[in-house]
Design a protein around this ligand. Structure first.
Ligand code: CAA
Length: 265
């Protein structure tokens, strides 16, 4: 059964206790604007208490992107306080994905950049097709990842590799993502979502209280020493870069489809 939570968020309920949550903004490569994030938050809050749902598969509409990041055009004119609110909203979606009593799976084909990689990293695990592209390119826009990316990428691949990826902003494909340990294996593009549904349904057949007990236990570490204590610090550092010459130049250059020329401090 398909439900529209809003024009931007769709819900496909499969028989198996699996729900596909679809970011539906393909004309902007599913870029995460405030409306998309609010739609995701509302949908996840509803699904958290829905006893018929066991596994949530997060995906993007269209073939080109999971999500090409936070909406740069929307962020371009934000001041510090708006940017802090925006970052807090993105964090709240990611923390829901990470902590809710359901298994959350990111199904990535095409671009998962910036906030897209960050949403994927917040899911319990990532399934990716051979056409997936990951990356945290924010420093090329004069800012830093603002939805927990630096923290969760370092957790997933180790601090040194995460630093190289964040400081370079380089994109990497699914073969490299597998080498880095971000995904377990690369799935073929043909029939990708059929395979995702199969794997999600397999998990949904297991005992939900047992899976939830395992997830709760594995997340306890995060509450004490992982992502949670660093959220406010990231929001502060992310938002403090808004209004600077480099943020204006980086995001302006994207909108004008040209290379950025940074001026520094
Ligand atoms: N925000 C807003 N619009 C975006 C977008 C984004 N992140 N990504 C793509 N789009 C829009 C493009 O502007 C374009 O719109 P128009 O047709 O109106 O010009 C449309 O989507 C299609 O994109 P392209 O024409 O650019 O497609 P392409 O195939 O040539 O390139 C791409 C694809 C390499 C992904 C390129 O779109 C791109 O570099 N996007 C930005 C990626 C990025 O920097 N993401 C990080 C955002 S910052 C962030 O996420 C901060 C955070 O942590 C909170």
């Amino acid at each position: 059964m398909n439900e529209s939570m809003s024009d931007l968020i769709q819900l496909n309920r499969l028989d198996s206790g699996v729900v596909e949550l679809v970011i539906n903004r393909p004309e902007a490569l599913n870029a995460l604007n405030i409306a998309v994030l609010l739609g995701l938050k509302t949908a996840l809050e509803k699904l958290a208490s829905d006893q018929t749902v066991r596994v949530i598969v997060l995906r993007g509409a269209g073939e080109k992107a999971f999500a090409a990041g936070a909406d740069i055009r929307e962020m371009q004119t934000m001041g510090r306080s708006d940017a802090a609110q925006f970052s807090r909203l993105g964090h709240s979606v990611c923390l829901l994905l990470e902590s809710m009593p359901k298994v959350t799976v990111a199904a990535v084909q095409g671009f998962a950049l910036g906030g897209g990689t960050e949403l994927a990293l917040a899911c319990d695990f990532i399934l990716a097709s051979e056409k997936a592209q990951f990356g945290l390119p924010e420093v090329g826009l004069g800012v830093i990842p603002g939805f927990g990316g630096t923290i969760r990428l370092a957790r997933a691949v180790g601090l040194t590799r995460a630093k190289e990826l964040v400081f370079s902003g380089e994109r990497f494909g699914s073969a490299e993502a597998a080498q880095l340990g971000l995904i377990r294996k690369v799935l073929p593009q043909d029939g990708f979502f059929d395979e995702v549904r199969k794997q999600a349904a397999k998990i949904a057949r297991n005992s939900l209280p047992a899976v939830w007990a395992a997830k709760g236990l594995m997340n306890e570490f995060e509450e004490s020493s992982g992502v949670y204590p660093k959220v406010d610090a990231e929001i502060h550092r992310f938002s403090s870069l808004f209004g600077t010459p480099d943020q204006k130049e980086g995001m302006g250059a994207f909108s004008e489809k040209r290379a950025a020329k940074f001026v520094g401090l």
